[in-house]
Design a binder for this molecule. Sequence first.
Ligand code: UDP
Ligand code: MG
Length: 318
Amino acid sequence: MTAVQVSIVVPCFNEHEVIGAFHSALLAALEPTRQTFEICYVDDGSGDGTRLRLAELAAGDPRVRFTSFSRNFGKEAAMLAGLRMSRGDAVVLMDADLQHPPELVPRMLELHRRGYDQVVAQRDRAGEGAVRRALSLAYYRLVRRCMEVQVVDGAGDFRLLSRRAVAGVLSLPESNRFSKGIFSWIGFDTASFTYRNVQRAAGQSKWGGKNLLNYGIDGLLSFNSRPLRLAIHTGLCLFLSALGYALWIIANVAWNGVDAPGYTTLMTAIVALSGIQLATLGIVGEYVGRIYHEAKRRPHYVVRETDESRGRYEHLSK
Ligand code: UDP
Ligand code: MG
């Protein structure tokens, strides 16, 4: 077999409506580049026939490969599986919903040829609601201040990685994977360019507000332990101010002979302090939970079938 130059890794979850259009657009973009390529689809446990569509595509074209999970394991797991199955010298990660325009792939390949190990296509936030835009702006500002690695707004998972960058990504064993952080953690020369944001072609985004919030918390916690430091600082500040206040009361009583009534102050202090204590406990708990999770060393996903295994389990598949 000739060596594969380019692998395209596409995680898909319930994308049967767009997968056909995506596939044709991708072929139309890749064929003129005259590179040998493969397309690695990862079906993340879709329940809408995406897997069968992928199997069809793979059956009709040796350049198409796929892996299908036994249930939904999330996009991070799907990307990991795709990176593991890819064989190309350059690997492009992209979404199946046509929000990552395939026309941009040749440009990424060109930048890779010029020597960049990572090429990032960064979307602008055109067409997004003002609230969401403001929230993500605030979030990235916060993250930049807190985190040991740099993440860039709009620089999502549409990126090209060289073979050695992929090896870098795969060398991180953690099960709680925050790709944005990982891509930045591995380093290498990175080129980026901006493209205009497009709405997804069909189907629905799998990101609700709650998912985004949790993703945000993941991002903050998985790459640093500064929240713990913050808890210590808050504790120290509170202790010092309490000390000052106590001294002030004692002095007041000693000099002026006033006895100190203070139901409201007491109540406020108790409530505020228990709030802070609970929050701190929560932060510590988050980290402990993560340790527990990592310590189990579970695999990131379970495979249901691949293009190669297809047929072997036919009697089990509906
Ligand atoms: N995706 C996935 N598993 C999931 C959720 C999403 O593989 O659990 C895939 C999805 O099929 C798409 C990509 O990840 O190819 C991005 O998902 P989506 O369009 O829902 O996210 P958004 O573009 O809104 O950030
Ligand atoms: Mg999308």
